[in-house]
Design a protein around this ligand. Structure first.
Ligand code: ATP
Length: 322
């Protein structure tokens, strides 16, 4: 059987000793499978950075064991470093007076990739992150999103099989963020395993196969994304706006649909329904119940990760975003 890309067993990390000791990680165990994208969620101070530092061999755990592709991070520092790459968000570490192509060549050589190999790999990486057209422009002329995509290309130039990706879409506008997510999603087909930390739940919703949630250094959830989203407690919200009055829906709604709110507006009413489980034919059924009124607009909003996040952390929706 192939070893998990990342294997954490009872990892603990305490900073300091005595009464001032801080337990950053208490007892963390989970795996990232080969080719999987796992999102590591948690509020500020939950222990995400500490875990990333242990995996990237820049910090020792105080208990437990961590393996990358079967290699212990304490005993096999050199091999772990060759297998894993860390990509941080923001502007750090790029040579902005050089072009993307030159940055990639430089970091490739630093990582020990041969010149001959770089001749193939650099254009391939530029293409993979959508920077081919801008490849020979100085990085100082790039948008934040382009810089961030270049970071990912640099992280991948030595062909690591495991990537730690920290806040990849921080500070990006929605279009840039989407492009970046496309680049990350493409890694799955390359067989790269990713541990993604993000405060942006949209990244997680779009990219992750599994979600691991940390709270105060402990794992409070470890499950497939679909199951995690299911913890929102409902599948979707349907908002209906009608002209004129609404019929009395008391007792006629399907059992898995409840009324969230019903408000009068200038020329009619707005009704919000919460659907516990989505099923084929539900909208037709609701349409029939509203047949007698003039429906102006219907919006269906699938359950969002914010609600699931809140249900695990016991905080109100939206508090996951910091
Ligand atoms: N070098 C250190 N010395 C003492 N305490 C530390 C040190 N590094 C981290 N901590 C503490 O460990 C806990 C976990 O911190 P960590 O940075 O891992 O959290 P995080 O989940 O990455 O937070 P954020 O989302 O804010 O980056 C926090 O209470 C933090 O104050």
């Amino acid at each position: 059987m192939t070893a998990p890309a990342i294997e954490l067993r009872h990892i603990g990390r305490v900073f300091g000793t005595g009464p001032k000791a801080v337990t950053a990680l208490a007892d963390v165990s989970f795996d990232v499978g080969p080719g999987q994208i796992v999102a590591l969620l948690g509020a500020n101070g939950a222990g995400k950075t500490t875990l990333a530092k242990i995996l990237s061999t820049s910090l020792l755990p105080t208990s437990g064991s961590a393996r990358v592709l079967g290699l212990d991070v304490v005993d096999n520092v050199k091999d772990v470093r060759a297998s894993l790459s860390v990509v941080f968000g923001g502007d750090r570490g790029l040579y902005t007076r050089l072009s993307a192509r030159e940055n990639l060549r430089f970091f490739g050589m630093l990582a020990g990739v041969s010149r001959a190999e770089l001749r193939h790999r650099v254009p391939a990486m530029l293409d993979q992150v959508g920077l081919t057209d801008a490849a020979d422009r100085r990085v100082e002329t790039y948008s934040k999103g382009m810089r961030q995509r270049l970071h990912i290309a640099i992280g991948l130039i030595a062909q690591p099989r495991v990537l730690l990706l920290d806040e990849p879409t921080i500070g990006l506008d929605p279009i840039e963020a989407d492009r970046l997510r496309d680049s990350v999603a493409g890694l799955r087909s390359e067989g790269v395993s990713v541990l993604l930390t993000s405060h942006y739940l949209l990244d997680v919703e779009r990219l992750a196969d599994r979600v691991v949630m940390l709270e105060s250094g402990r794992v409070t959830a470890d499950m497939p994304l679909t199951e995690f989203v299911g913890h929102a407690g409902y599948a979707a919200v349907i908002a209906v706006r009608v002209r004129g009055a609404l019929p009395d829906l008391g007792g006629v709604l399907p059992s898995d649909v409840t009324v969230d709110s019903c408000d009068e507006v200038s020329d009619g009413a707005e009704l919000t329904l919460r659907v516990r489980t989505w099923r084929a034919g539900l909208l037709t059924q609701l349409g029939a119940l509203l047949d007698s009124c003039d429906v102006v607009e219907v919006q269906v909003r699938p359950a969002r990760l914010e609600e699931a996040f809140a249900s695990f952390s016991g905080r109100p929706s939206g508090a996951g975003r910091t």
